[in-house]
Design a protein around this ligand. Structure first.
Ligand SMILES: C[S@@+](CC[C@H](N)C(=O)[O-])C[C@H]1O[C@@H](n2cnc3c(N)ncnc32)[C@H](O)[C@@H]1O
Length: 463
């Protein structure tokens, strides 16, 4: 379908622009309206069943992530699974093959950077600074329709703008109009982009998705999303969504405690969530943020007195007034635990992990962080795992599933991944111990994870 005339584009509403951009063959289940949460939001035009695909979103732009901490990816295929080398045309960006080097995706920015920048003293011929600027630079290639959509999205200025990073390398001034549009794109990406990983191919990217950018955030979202083979964002209903209900997404990890989620949102998106989960110190009785009260002989747990007030004291479940901790100290403790958990997962030393878990409350987020790692990312094949690790992994699956249920996350994508792992490990367990597993349970696990992980929409042929 060709784009409409420029003068027509200017007369369209945001909703019309998005429909034009998506060219979707799916029935339109959404509309854009004012939200009581913030600005505009996406609303259901009819009841949407749990598991139903609500929309499949096309990228406005896609490229490497902007963070300095992530490992570089190939700028062509956005994967880190093959060894990278600098582009032979000396643009100082990493690629994994000549195919990626000569891809349409990379060729434009390659000549842009060679034409505008001087890059010296790079590490191994690659400039990590310039990698960060690639996604915004790609916005300069946008069509009139895409530029109009970008201008219609919410944007804010963040302290670090990739244009300023780019400027350190420029020997040629950018036209004022490009400079202005690039700055707008940086703010729009920071406000709206989703970070993606995908397809078991080591893909790590940042994509700006036009319709998804209309979804406000909730820490118990009613949707879940994944990226299909063409990097389109598939958004499904995690729970039943009633007609007129707001369609909500999440911008954080759902298994973090409230303090961590809120500080992440405040630092990266510059807003503070006030959803029902954030308001409840126990987070629906999960006690994800809990710390043991060390006032002897108490044995209670400490939780934030008012989770919406970052400075409020943490109070003890014993209700003894003197048993409390200042917020700053509680945050420090959670941070230390999180770092220890990270270290322990890297070493995969089960004995040390078990000791650590004994010292923190049952569902504490650092323990959950370790369990999630063991379920989804632990090194090696399931068949090579010791019985102890297999058992720990199984227990962790049940713990995480229980948490997801209590947090009311519905048919969340993470739940699908955990069930899939549980299915494989029950199979392995039955092989090892020659113990008959409950076949009905295994079958129902399989049915459930296949339902969640299956894409009801077959990706369209491109072109
Ligand atoms: C992707 S946009 C969402 C759509 C936006 N409401 C609009 O009108 O275009 C993200 C921005 O919406 C706002 N926002 C989203 N969820 C929020 C929430 N739960 N509480 C407060 N602000 C929120 C924040 O300003 C955030 O930077």
């Amino acid at each position: 379908m060709s784009e409409p005339r420029d003068d027509l584009i200017d007369t369209l509403s945001v909703e019309q622009l998005l429909q034009l951009h998506l060219k979707s063959e799916l029935p339109c289940l959404w509309t854009i309206r004012d939200s009581h949460i913030h600005g505009r939001g996406l609303f259901a035009t009819r009841d949407i069943e749990q598991g139903e695909v609500i929309f499949r979103d096309e990228t406005l732009v896609i490229g490497p992530r902007s963070g300095t901490s992530s490992d570089p990816v190939c700028v062509g295929c956005l994967s880190n699974s093959s060894p990278l080398s600098p582009c032979s045309k000396n643009c100082a960006l990493p690629v994994c093959s000549s195919q990626c080097e000569n891809s349409v995706q990379h060729s434009w920015e390659c000549s842009f950077l060679r034409d505008h920048c001087t890059v010296e003293n790079t590490k191994d011929g690659v400039s990590l600074d310039l990698v960060r600027t690639v996604t915004p630079i790609r916005c300069l290639q946008m069509s009139r329709l895409k530029r109009t959509i970008v201008r219609a999205l919410e944007t804010r200025e963040f302290p670090i703008c990739e244009v300023d990073v780019l400027k350190r390398y420029l020997h040629k001034k950018l036209p004022a109009e490009d400079d202005k549009f690039l700055r707008l794109c940086c703010g729009t990406l920071d406000t709206n982009a989703y970070a993606g990983t995908g397809h078991g191919k080591g893909l790590i990217f940042r994509g700006l998705y036009a319709l998804s950018a209309m979804m406000n955030h909730s820490c118990t979202p009613n949707t879940t999303y994944w990226f299909d083979e063409a990097n389109r964002m598939v958004v499904k209903a995690a729970r039943t969504i009633g007609k007129e209900e707001e369609i909500l997404s999440t911008y954080t990890s759902l298994l973090w405690g409230t303090a961590t989620r809120r500080s992440f949102l405040s630092n990266t998106k510059e807003f503070l969530c006030r959803c029902a989960r954030c308001k409840d110190p126990t987070e629906f009785d999960t006690n994800l943020s809990a710390i043991y009260c060390k006032t002897k002989p108490c044995g209670g747990i400490l939780l934030p007195g008012n989770p919406l007030d970052i400075k409020s004291d943490w109070l003890c479940s014993s209700k003894i007034k003197e048993h409390k901790m200042g917020a700053q100290k509680a945050f420090q403790l959670l941070n230390i635990w999180s770092k220890v958990a990270q270290m322990l997962t890297e070493n995969e030393d089960l004995q040390q992990i078990q000791m650590f878990l004994k010292g923190i409350p049952e569902n504490s987020q650092s323990g959950i962080q370790i369990r999630k790692y063991f379920v989804l990312q632990s090194k090696g094949q399931i068949t090579d795992m010791t019985d102890e690790i297999l058992l720990f992994k199984e227990q962790s699956c049940y713990k995480l599933l229980d948490l997801i249920k209590r947090l009311k996350l519905g048919r969340n994508y993470l739940k699908g991944l955990i069930l899939q792992e549980l299915f494989h490990l029950l199979h392995e367990k039955s092989k090892r111990s020659q113990v008959q597993v409950d076949q009905d349970q295994v079958d129902s696990i399989k049915t459930e994870f296949e339902k969640i992980l299956k894409f009801d929409v077959t990706p369209q042929e491109s072109g």
